[in-house]
Write a protein that binds this ligand. Sequence first.
Ligand code: ADP
Ligand code: MG
Length: 621
Amino acid sequence: MTKTAESFQFKAEIQQLLNILVHSLYTDKEIFLRELISNASDALNRVQFEMLTNHDVLDPDAELGIWLSVDEDAKTITIRDTGIGMTHDELIENLGTIAKSGAKEFLERLKESKEHATEIIGQFGVGFYSVFMVAKEVEVLSRSYRKDAEAVRWVSDGSETYTIETAEKPDRGTTITIKLNDDSHEFANLYRLENIIKKYSDFVTYPIYVGEGDDRRTANQQTAIWRQSPSEVEEEKYNEFYKQLTLDFTDPLAHIHLSVDAPVQVKALLFIPATREGSVFSLRKEPGLKLYSRNVLIEEYSTDLLPNHYRFVHGVVDSEDISLSVSREAVQNTRVINKLKNLLTKRVTRALEEMGKDDPEKYRKFWDEFSPFIKEGIATDPTTIESLAPLLRFPCSTCEPDELISLKDYVEKMSDGQEEIYYLIADSIAAAANSPHMDRFKKRNIPVLYMVDTMDTFMLTTFREFDGKKLQNVETAKLDDTDEDTAIDEAAKEKLPDDQFAEVIARFKSVLGERVEDVREAKHLHSSPVRLVAPEGSEGQEMERIRRLLEKDYKIPKRVLEINRGHPIVQNIAALLKTDFGKADLLIEQLFDNALLAEGLHPNPAEMLPRIQKLMEMLKG
Ligand code: ADP
Ligand code: MG
């Protein structure tokens, strides 16, 4: 029963990838071993999972492991596993097309920046094909766990084609034989391979045996580090484990290692990465935690164990309470999962809250990277407000330049009569600090939180109260009418009598026309000449901002312009109205532009330049 080998063409994108892999001056060639071991480990996970429900597999009693050997003279490496194996069609499907592997992502990134191939290649799990960095020929001999499937041999030299033929292999699993190319003979050395395994694959949960006969030894630790007691694990081990799990290059910001027996049995090791970017290049291609039960990997990416807003958390969860005999779909809905989710969510929140208290510097790093996730949580799920609000931080009007404060600290700063938490929406801290809405708060020394993040406005739609105190936008805040305000008004009236001020208002109205809803006297301004406020009954600044972000053709509704009667510029205008309408109008136009700028509403600030120059020309010594 001899059958000649069939020949196939690689899909175009694989040819492209192979070309890059083989010809780039790639310095980290050694990662080919990490990729092959990772595939073997995946295959072992899959067969182990299959055997939970299906006992009718080939070689049910075979030890689950990975075996590595070299032939130093022939310059070959062999990697064998007792995993799930592949059939003829699966070989074509898995090794002839780029399906979901990191290779595809790699090629996409490469399209963006061609010149950095060698730099970025190391950041991706490039998968099986990375073997061609070291191989001049690769043979994959595989036999599926399905009893009726024949063994198959796949051979390729990494050029455009590969061949497949039926083969002899009595036992389940995959054996990959690599003929090293002339530049890669260094890898035909067991010690070298052992070191690579320690570096990249130490925590693989199956034994990786190297060598043969009496010389055979286990190269990896295989420790399920999350199953150890936290007091036994050194800090450095956590970092190593994290890096092998994610392929992130930086240490994580924090880890949470927990071991709980009730209300649900669980051991878990969760990590908060140092950066968001780290996870973009990550080996972990999707969000989600690795879910184990009694050492069997149940799900590679479980997204049921933490709420969506904690999707930046990586790690491993291991619970004996998950019954192993149910299908993947059923597992997801068990009450156990809900209990786990509850518990893990609380632990992550608590860890962050404690970090905020005990290590503000570290927390600041967390906040700078991940604040949008926390705000998103509040915006999308109001039930999270109570637990997430303590994590929030904001710049504020009485803070140091780079300082952020928590709501709790804000509440402590509140003066005796103050009942509400005041905030100001602006595009930047600088814009907030110079906003005319701040006048009366500065005057009274009342702290105001600056909401300068896009996510803030979304969050404010659901988040309206903290610690029993209302969150109040300064634009529409009603402060007590104090003596100070009236005093200013009296002084202003003396300088600008009613009839003159009425003329000023009228002139503003006729110059600005349709551009404003109304013009009226300001009650709350001190150092600013004018400000824009939303008319009564409008949707409010928060909704406007959201619409501006979401609706392409959204036009901000017209505003009411308020004029500070006591301000010198306004008094100048009053005087000019008696002598030079042209100059008065220039000032009116400029004040309106200034007000738009202060609100972050100016469509094109550069348009103001000719007028500003004209005004400057008038300033003669
Ligand atoms: P990825 O591992 O990201 O899916 P790879 O390029 O590393 O991408 O591997 C492609 C596919 O080939 C795997 O998804 C798997 O289906 C199959 N495969 C590779 N190695 C093995 C193996 N040792 N045993 C069984 N299947 C394998
Ligand atoms: Mg892989």
